[in-house]
Design a protein around this ligand. Structure first.
Ligand code: 26M
Length: 754
């Protein structure tokens, strides 16, 4: 493929003379014509991965990599004076997810294609997706992110279904995006349902409010519309039913086309539901089998129960979905009545009230999925253990054979080859390129004492730091201090993730520098993440970070040594810039609360050293790299569970400590308040010293001590680079290809299409 010839044909000008946006157009055509020509992965049995989120990120580079033409294209462009990086900037990032669960779904569909497994992602085509985050007066504001009109990858499948709600019915339209595997001749698709009568004009340019009751026009406008009021909650139930009714109709139609007589549906179909958001697919399939195919209720239940598998992503009881039965009745009385029948069956056979489906007139979606699915899995070893032994113990006692662990993974195509090509190329030099298919990186350990290799790793890290600095400069005019240590916490804002603990450490460090202890290297701490619009406490934390960032920047004693940057509108693209540059990865959730985490894996793969609590997949990372190559601290999950159960955590005792009180009180000091919003800062302060639900102060002192040890150790450059090397070498386990192979071997049993 010669881009120069293509450019002459298309634009009458050589590649060197066309603009970057013409180059983008050209590359799109190249990728699309190649991907259009690929047939779909085929097989009698097909997987449908249903998810409310698919956080896929930009697709150009990813597709070039998977088509095996990335290096060729990059070289041709560079010879003609273009940079692929600049061209990529012209692509918009689809806004179809909000956090770890959505990004996991994107890694999974990439791996399914790479392993040649026949299966698609199924979800919704939100026109505005998740909100775009902007900072105003050091606070998060939210504006609509109109990505759809600029997207270049969506294809209309020309397929529609009718979805019947109680009070009206709507027609859907199916769009899809090709999902290419790494060096594969066949593909899968991400299939997104839209509403034919959608009306974008309900949304103004600058606010994410809209008429939540105009259901025929709004169902696919937003991902997670504000559900702090009843209209918002009801809208979510409508959205979920719209998603799963379309999915169920598509699934049955395609199975019948492949030869299923519907009684044998489970030989043709397996459905993985990503968290509980798609759980209503169970009653919807039962409805279709009984109503459309005349199959008895009992047999329909058996069929459906043998083909739906559920992944749990959360241990927070308050995050487990429970919908008032009356909402489901309003959306679809038929679905409500099927759920009631399923609930009655459980009631008549199992006496334990805690495993009922309908409790206090609320439908517990996880309970429905566990009783009427054949598989439930957690997403990291510790998480699964907690589900089995604590959170879901009554279910584990009933159905031990349904439970399993599938530790999460990440696609190395995006999180190494795509975002860190220098490191990928250097691994080729050291290991040969077979790691690109196998993810085996352990042979890198042989270079642990090789100074040339260690120095080269340092150079690669520096190049990534420079690239990130340019990104932050261009995007938000932030100037990273030269030669500073890059210390990063990027993830959704939630109290259990404890961004506030890093904030308190920074206050400690600010005091320490003020008192004359100057760090040997300057430190740049980078935060990134969004807070749900209705989650006030999380927004208070963002506010305090932005205030501290300004306070330090304005302080000439401290600003040469310490800097805090909060990335505006953190998304996949920002992650691809910041993760390769990171030297320290912050994974500091309260033990037992983070199901897995996946950024921890991305950071490790890119050579960052992890500072972490013993939580989620951190446990597995620590086992792999050994205690010399990771910094763990803090209360264990057993201790935390115990403190909750016995109400044993007394925050006051910690707050009153002379080492802690001044740090917390600084949040309401005149310096702080003069830059901020008093109400927010007071609330955050009060929250920390009277409630502290996620035990920040419990772990704060040991966290500060650990961080200081990390910065000391950083000064021994050789041994730090060795830690970094070991982390890269041991990251192979966290390839999502390994995860998906496990799902397939133990849950799906699909035959790969060769
Ligand atoms: C629920 C109700 C209303 C609105 C939104 C929600 C909701 C949306 C997304 C609740 C949870 C959601 O996502 C949970 C999530 O992202 N969990 C993360 O999943 C990752 C992949 O398994 C894990 O690595 C993270 O630890 C886990 O927090």
């Amino acid at each position: 493929m010669n881009l120069d010839t293509l450019s002459l044909q298309q634009f009458g000008q050589p590649l060197s003379d066309i603009t970057d946006s013409q180059v983008f157009e050209l590359l799109l055509q190249v990728v699309k014509s190649k991907s259009d020509a690929l047939p779909l992965n085929n097989g009698k049995k097909r997987l449908y991965y249903i998810s409310a989120e698919f956080l896929i990120g930009k697709l150009l580079s990813n597709n070039l990599i998977n088509l095996g033409i990335y290096n060729d294209v990059k070289e041709q462009l560079s010879k003609a004076g273009h940079s692929l990086e600049d061209v990529e900037e012209l692509e918009v990032e689809p806004s179809l997810g909000n956090g770890g669960l959505g990004r996991l779904a994107a890694c999974f569909i990439d791996s399914m294609s790479t392993l040649g497994l026949p299966g698609d992602g199924v979800g919704l085509m939100y026109h505005f997706g998740l909100f775009h985050q902007k900072f105003l007066n050091r606070q998060q504001t939210t504006v609509p992110d109109a990505w759809v009109s600029d997207d270049k990858w969506l294809e209309d499948e020309k397929t529609s279904f009718t979805v019947e709600f109680r009070d009206f019915s709507v027609t859907s339209e199916l769009y899809s995006i090709d999902v290419l595997g790494y060096c594969r001749e066949k593909k899968n698709r991400l299939r997104l349902f839209d509403l034919q009568t959608i009306d974008e004009s309900l949304v103004s340019d600058d606010a994410i409010d809209f008429d939540k009751t105009a259901l025929k026009k709004n169902l696919t406008l937003f991902l997670y519309p504000d559900d702090s009021d009843e209209d918002g909650q009801l809208l979510r139930v409508y959205q979920q039913y719209f998603m799963v009714s379309n999915a169920a109709q598509l699934i049955v139609k395609e199975a019948v086309e492949r030869g299923s007589n519907v009684h044998d549906l489970a030989d043709y179909v397996v459905i993985q539901i990503n968290d509980t958001h798609p759980t209503m697919v169970i009653p919807e399939l039962i409805r279709i089998l009984t109503e459309k195919y005349g199959i008895s209720f009992e047999e329909s239940v058996d069929i459906v129960s043998s083909l739906v598998a559920y992944t749990n992503h959360t241990i927070l009881a308050e995050a487990l979905e429970k919908w008032p039965l009356k909402f489901i009745e309003k959306v679809s009385p038929k679905i409500a009545s099927i759920i009631k029948k399923l609930d009655e069956h459980i009631r008549s056979t199992i006496s334990d009230p805690s495993v009922q489906i309908i409790i206090d007139n609320k439908v517990h979606m996880a309970n429905l999925a566990i009783h009427y699915g054949f598989s439930i899995n957690g997403v990291a070893a510790l998480h699964t253990k907690i589900l089995e032994e604590t959170e879901l113990k009554p279910f584990f006692d009933l159905y031990p054979e349904k439970f399993s662990n599938k530790t999460n993974g990440i696609t190395f195509r995006r999180w190494l080859m795509g975002c860190n090509p220098e490191l990928a190329e250097y691994l080729d030099v050291l290991l040969g390129d077979s790691w690109r298919a196998s993810a085996h990186l352990e042979e890198l350990l042989a270079y642990r004492d090789n100074d040339e290799v260690l120095n080269k790793l340092q150079e690669i890290k520096q190049a990534a730091k420079d690239r990130m600095s340019r990104f932050l400069q261009d995007n938000q005019n932030a100037k990273v201090i030269n030669d500073s240590i890059i210390d990063v916490q990027v993830k959704r804002f939630h109290e259990y993730k404890r961004q506030q603990m890093l904030l308190l450490y920074l206050i400690w460090k600010y005091f320490d520098i003020k008192s004359g202890h100057l760090p040997k290297h300057p430190i740049t701490v980078i935060f990134g993440g969004k807070a749900a619009p209705a989650y006030v406490a999380a927004q208070d934390i963002i506010h305090a970070i932005l205030v501290l960032s300004s306070l330090i920047a304005n302080d000439a004693d401290v600003s040469p040594y310490l800097q805090v940057i909060m990335i505006e509108n953190y998304n996949v693209t920002a992650a691809e810039h910041v993760i390769p540059a990171a030297e320290i990865s912050e994974q500091i959730s309260l033990a037992s609360k983070e199901a897995s985490g996946t950024s921890n894996m991305k950071f490790m793969l890119n050579g960052a050293v992890t500072v972490c609590t013993v939580d989620g997949a951190n446990v597995e990372i620590a086992d792999l790299v050994g205690e010399k190559n990771i910094y763990t601290f803090g209360a264990s999950s057993d201790e935390v569970v115990n403190l909750y159960e016995c109400k044993g955590y007394k925050v006051q005792e910690f707050y009153e400590k002379p080492e802690i009180k001044p740090l917390v009180d600084f949040l309401i000091s005149p310096e702080f308040i003069s830059l901020g919003n008093e109400e927010r800062l007071e609330r955050l302060h009060k929250n920390l010293c009277s409630e502290d639900w996620f035990m920040t102060l419990l772990d704060l002192e040991v966290y500060i001590a650990t961080k200081e040890r990390v910065f000391d150790d950083y000064e021994d450059r050789r041994s730090w680079l060795q830690k970094s090397l070991v982390n890269i070498a041991m990251a192979g386990t966290f390839s999502s290809d390994r995860t998906i192979a496990e799902y397939n071997d133990e849950i799906w049993h699909l035959t790969p299409d060769k």
